[in-house]
Write a protein of this length. Structure first.
Length: 860
RNA sequence: GCGGGCGUGAUGAAAUUGGUAGACAUACCAGACUUAAAAUCUGUUGGGCCCUGUGCCCGUGCGGGUUCAAGUCCCGCCGCCCGCACCA
């Protein structure tokens, strides 16, 4: 055995861990617990290189925490429901479950090649009835607590595929599969009452100290809290029994600039008027049509229709203002009605110019006499809240106050006079979970002609998906499956029909982390095990889930707590979050008649410093660090990499080149260099083992001192690096120590000691090679069970230190002094330095700064 | 439009959080071994100046500031990236 051959050693150690049950999670009274979780994968069928990075990151943390004496939980499962399985069913006539199960089997094989420290006994897929049955139980408990409800909602309806589409599946107003123009339809849908938690979800972000600030900010923006004034505008004559129109504004200080009142096309008044006014109905239909497409938003054309209604201004009842319906007003934000203030809002100004409505000034900026937007000019940008401006007539006084003060005083005035109140609103909307899809968790309710919507009985759970379905006809096959649909009403026992909608797949991933704590429990979670393992100490995944998945999970943890399935200590399910960057790869392209042609890395080579095609030698344009994409021929297959170099090389390389939060570019040269390095370590280990050194023979005072000092520094630096997710820097220290070890003339015993420590420090990163070295160097048991090395503080203190000497802030010399030298002693030695004497030229320094152990600066 | 981040050699990056800028690696170049190549090992590499050194000047996007000392802190630009967005 003289050659580093990962294809032999990697399977060997994987089997050894398996056999020993090294990574089974067990509750312990003596050890602190540590729950490491990476976002579980969708079983597409193949591992991609991004998975390798994600799961290696988590594995390094898990192995390190195990070595530092923690009871570690590091589980894995499959986010298995979702559209691709249905698409496969349609395209290839395969049952979605068969397709999904075979993908899982294949990916699990690939996972095994990576040597991850996973407890596979806890594995489940969200499409297991044993999992989604408990999800149905959670749904029923949430229904009982009022956390789920049904209401009519507008959805994107694809008339060809006969299904509801998510917003992301609507491209330019058309269904992404069918290409059919999407309609807006009112359907009765199920909703989670996440908006009840809006305030708490925003406030609790403050306590998430170990989350990236960026993610917290994105969530806060998404929840979108705003403070404003809600007020009633009295109609001059009641219409359809309505006397007042409620309006919400965050800028009550612009109240005196109101020139119209705008209603959403979906506002109740608009809908009432629609029935009796054909011209209005036609205009509203037009507005609704374009309403949600991106194209309509981009061109931003403002459409309006004058209802003929008039309202009285709340501060001046003699002032009558027209009521319009406008396409840019959303029914589901605020009250679905606004007052338009064209002087200070560009959108309102555009609208008023188009429909010839008046533009009225409200306040005067201090430094500027502009009152009204000039002809064709932009709306006056309201001053920032911290800048002072005049509020003209709003409060009946004219004085300099800040926008914030003006807003606060106007709200106060409204409350005193009684035309409005200060309210807090959120942009967040309730989470619609109904999907008209087969491959998802069935919603456990029954529709009975007599009893209405009736929850299933818990003893009937799981409500399993039928397997005999066909996708020959567009639409949800559950709708056509009469045998499955027809059930007795759980309340009255009469024939009734099952709900055929299934749950959004985001529901599946909103609590899987809790299920991992007791995957066999007869209830969704087991209180004892959930209390022990939750919350997740370190969660790792992509930034693309910064908002939805993480927000839904935070909501679910709270809902599960309220229904008795989650300890209060875990209502924030993820204590620390890490979002890793992508693995990228260069794109190689040439052009044929101006159109790009993409080439596989194997088709190009470097020649005279240029990249050229192997076949023909044409120069190739290199686009560095691009997202991997099949159509760009720049995808790296991890299985091919592992077969060529081994998993340890892949693991080391994805962590070595860039900090983990940043993108890292996969390069062939980098992977080869990593492989060479691991081979060098292997050879070094063989050489040292042959020397037959014994730990007893280490000579700390003599030959081995400098090597051992370096070793302890390396222990310190690598430990710090892993603790702070500075894996690239930790790896650099390991390279440096390997270089030292290679050149050292320390004793055989000293080298053997250093080699064993090196293996321990490498073990989280390259666990197979580390085991092999550990065994070769006579380590006891598995390195995976060995405790983490501890840096000896005494070995970190040097007898002498070298201090740079600056003259006027520029490095000019250096001195070596005893490590415990006093400031005075250092000053004395520094002043005796040749360069300092020369610079002083006989005079005294103006100032002499000595930072012990750091630097000396002489100011002349 | 609103909000946030980043900018260091040819390249990926490091810098004990205000204290020797460029660790470590890639790439390139040179040398050793070899008939030769690969592999392996060794060495050089921020720019410039006098190659006379163990010497000097410049250098972290640009301009200013604070400080004995700035990649790091402050102000103003420029460039790139990301999130949200007819949100009242």
């Amino acid at each position: 055995m003289s050659r580093y051959d990962p294809s032999v050693i990697e399977p060997k150690w994987q089997q050894a861990w398996d056999k020993a049950g090294t990574f089974l999670a067990t509750m312990s009274k003596d050890k602190p617990k540590y729950y490491v979780l990476e976002m579980f994968p969708y079983p597409s069928g193949n591992l991609h290189i991004g998975h390798v990075r994600n799961y290696t990151l988590g594995d390094v943390v898990a192995r390190y925490k195990k070595a530092t004496g923690h009871a570690v939980l590091h589980p894995m499962g499959w986010d298995a429901f979702g559209l691709p399985a249905e698409n496969a069913a349609i395209e290839r006539k395969i049952n979605p479950e068969v397709w999904t199960r075979s993908n899982i089997a294949n990916m699990k094989k690939q996972f095994a090649m990576l040597g991850l420290s996973l407890d596979w006994t806890r594995e489940f897929a969200t499409c297991d009835a044993a999992y989604y049955g408990h999800q149905q139980a959670l749904f029923l408990d949430m229904l009982a607590k009022g956390l789920v409800y049904r209401k009519n909602a507008n959805v994107n309806w694809d008339p060809v595929d006969m299904t509801v589409l998510a917003d992301e599946q609507v491209i330019d107003g058309r269904g992404w599969r069918s290409g059919a123009e999407v309609e807006r339809r009112m359907l009765t849908q199920w909703f989670f009452r996440i908006t009840d938690f809006a305030e708490e979800l925003i406030v609790a972000l403050d306590g998430l100290d170990d989350w990236p600030p960026k993610v917290k900010l994105m969530q806060a923006n998404w929840i979108g809290r705003s403070r404003g004034l809600q007020m009633g505008w009295a109609l001059t004559a009641p219409s359809h029994g309505i006397e007042r129109i409620d309006v919400y504004t965050t800028r009550p200080d612009t109240l005196m600039g109101a020139s119209f009142l705008g209603l959403s096309p979906d506002h109740p008044i608009a809908m009432a008027l629609e029935a009796e006014n054909p011209a209005l109905a036609k205009a509203v239909a037009e507005m609704r049509k374009g309403g949600t497409t991106e194209e309509a938003l981009e061109t931003g054309e403002k459409l309006g229709f004058d209802t003929g209604l008039r309202v009285k201004h709340p501060l001046d009842p003699s002032w009558e203002i027209p009521v319009w319906i406008a396409n840019f007003i959303l029914m589901d934000y605020g009250t679905g009605a606004i007052f338009g203030c064209p002087a200070h809002d560009q959108r309102d100004l555009d609208f008023c110019r188009k429909y010839d409505l008046p533009v009225i000034s409200t306040f005067v900026p201090v430094a500027d006499s502009i009152v009204l937007p000039e002809n064709g000019g932009p709306a006056y940008v309201p001053p920032k809240p911290d800048r002072v401006h005049f509020v003209k007539p709003v409060i009946g006084i004219e004085r300099e106050i800040s926008a914030d003060t003006a807003i606060a005083e106007t709200i106060e005035l409204a409350e005193t006079v009684g035309f409005g109140t200060g309210v807090t609103k959120y942009r967040l909307r309730d989470w619609g979970l109904s999907r008209q899809r087969y491959w998802g968790c069935p919603i456990p309710v029954v529709h009975c002609d007599a009893c209405g919507v009736v929850p299933e009985k818990k003893e009937n759970l799981p409500i399993e998906l039928p397997k005999d379905v066909s996708f020959d006809i567009p639409g949800n096959p559950l709708d056509r499956h009469d045998a499955w649909r027809s059930v007795p009403c759980p309340a009255c026992g009469k024939p009734a029909k099952r709900e055929t909608d299934t749950m959004d797949t985001f529901v599946d991933s909103s609590w899987y982390f809790a299920r991992f704590t007791s995957p066999g429990s007869a209830t969704p979670t087991n209180p004892e095990e959930a209390a022990y393992w939750m919350n997740v100490d370190q969660y790792i995944g992509g930034i693309e889930h910064a908002i939805l998945h993480l927000l839904y999970s935070r909501f679910f943890a709270r809902a599960m707590h309220l229904t008795g399935h989650m300890p209060e200590t875990a209502i924030e399910p993820f204590k620390a979050l890490f979002t890793q960057g992508m693995v990228t790869h260069a794109i190689y392209q040439t052009r044929v008649e101006g159109r790009p042609v993409y080439h596989y890395p194997a088709e190009v080579e470097a020649r005279d410093g240029k990249m050229v095609l192997k076949d023909g030698g044409a120069e190739v344009e290199v686009i560095p660090s691009a997202k991997m994409s099949k159509s760009k021929n720049n995808v790296v297959d991890p299985v091919a990499i592992i077969e060529q170099f081994g998993a340890d090389t892949a693991r080391w390389f994805v962590l070595s080149d860039s900090p983990p939060e940043r993108d890292v570019e996969w390069t062939a040269s980098g992977a080869e260099a990593t492989n060479k390095f691991l081979g060098r370590i292997w050879a070094l280990s063989v050489r040292i083992a042959d020397m037959g050194g014994d730990a007893q023979g280490v000579d700390v005072q003599g030959d081995d001192e400098s090597l051992l000092r370096e070793m302890h520094k390396t222990i310190r630096d690598v430990t710090n690096g892993i603790d702070s997710f500075g894996f690239n820097a930790a790896i650099a220290k390991l390279y440096a120590f390997a270089n030292t070890l290679q050149k050292t003339d320390a004793s055989a015993a000293g080298q053997a000691t250093a080699m064993r420590t090196m293996a321990q420090l490498m073990a989280p990163l390259t666990p197979h090679l580390a085991e092999e070295i550990w065994a070769a160097q006579g380590g006891h048991g598995l390195i995976a069970d060995a405790p983490w090395p501890v840096a000896d503080a005494a070995m970190l203190v040097e007898a002498t230190v070298t201090l740079p000497i600056q003259i006027n802030g520029k490095r000019r010399s250096e001195i070596t002094v005893s490590a415990d030298a006093t400031k005075e002693e250092v000053e004395k030695i520094a002043l005796a330095d040749d360069a300092v004497i020369k610079a002083l030229a006989g005079g005294a320094p103006k100032k002499l700064i000595v930072v012990p152990g750091r630097i000396v600066n002489v100011v002349v």
